[in-house]
Design a protein around this ligand. Structure first.
Ligand code: SAM
Length: 281
């Protein structure tokens, strides 16, 4: 039985108990919960049950999907400390963020731990959609790259990225770049490019190939895709963007269920060198 069902067993009707979410997210001192409309009148009971969890000081309600180009969450504090700025500890890294202003997905936990293990010491990494450093920081901390360029468009997220670089003592490795990756990402430098965004990722494949060294390298391509096309569509898009350059698919995995019938997947691919007379674009 889930925590909420166990702690609210005496207060909610059996119908209401059935409607409780199976889980909730925890980022630093903040718990974030989604509730169906039928349970909104029970928000105070649910919030106070969550506030009783150890080291939880704030409970926030998810009011809608993460939206917009900056991927901003829609949350409302429903109990406890109104501050949603927190420091989240994960995999030996510190992530400072305001959960009401920038995106942090607890469902990507395994991916944040997996990616650094693929990086060879001395590599140059370009993280095109760096956020607060969800991938750049663990790579810098655990994998020994020579340089990580962390590109982020949203000034708020980029501010936290800079703080996280300081908190994790990786300022000698990670270079934050504020701006649209199409404009500010360095070209021809990377052994590995991370495309950690959904919905629009395929539009940035030509850029990712330009960012790789002319000798080629690895890309980590994230996409939200109907479950029926799970790996087929992203692989087809990578092959299409490579325009004849050699491509080896190194790995494919479902990161998480994104929505009913939609998966968040990641494809690891190695793209070969630019052939003379062939364009990558
Ligand atoms: C969904 S978040 C993901 C952060 C991190 N990569 C992860 O997977 O946890 C995507 C981030 O990309 C940023 N972003 C969106 N378009 C961008 C662009 N054209 N150039 C640079 N950053 C961009 C957003 O502001 C947001 O912080």
């Amino acid at each position: 039985m889930g925590y909420l069902r166990a702690s609210l067993g005496n207060r909610l009707t059996s119908e209401e108990l059935q409607l409780l979410p199976a889980g909730f997210d925890r980022v630093g001192h903040v718990v974030i919960v989604s509730l169906p409309p039928e349970l909104m009148h029970r928000t105070p009971d649910i919030a106070h049950a969550l506030l009783e969890l150890k080291n939880v000081h704030t409970v926030a309600l998810r009011e809608g999907a993460i939206a917009g180009r900056h991927r901003e969450p829609r949350l409302k504090v429903i109990a406890g400390d109104p501050s949603t700025e927190t420091v989240h500890r994960e995999g030996g890294c510190w992530f400072k963020l305001d959960v009401a202003r920038v995106m942090f997905s607890p469902g990507n936990l395994y991916e944040r731990a997996r990616l650094p293990k693929l990086v060879e010491p001395g590599e140059v990494i370009v993280d095109l959609f760096a956020g607060i450093g969800q991938f750049s920081i663990p790579i810098a901390k655990h994998a020994g790259p020579s340089r990580v360029y962390a590109v982020e468009l949203n000034p708020v997220a980029c501010g936290y990225l800079r703080e996280n670089i300081r908190l994790n003592l990786v300022g000698h490795v990670v270079k934050p770049l504020l701006g649209d990756c199409s404009a500010v990402a360095p070209r021809g430098v990377a052994d590995r490019v991370v495309l950690g965004i959904l919905h629009v990722t395929h539009r940035y494949l030509p850029l990712a190939l330009e960012v790789l060294k002319p000798s080629g390298g690895a890309i980590h391509y994230h996409e939200s895709v109907p479950s029926g096309l799970r790996f087929e569509r992203p692989i087809k898009r990578i092959l299409g963007a490579a325009a004849g350059r050699e491509v080896e698919i190194l790995g494919k995995r479902v990161v998480k269920r994104y929505a009913p019938g939609v998966d968040h997947v990641v494809i690891d691919a190695r793209v070969g060198k630019i052939e003379c007379g062939k364009s990558a674009l």
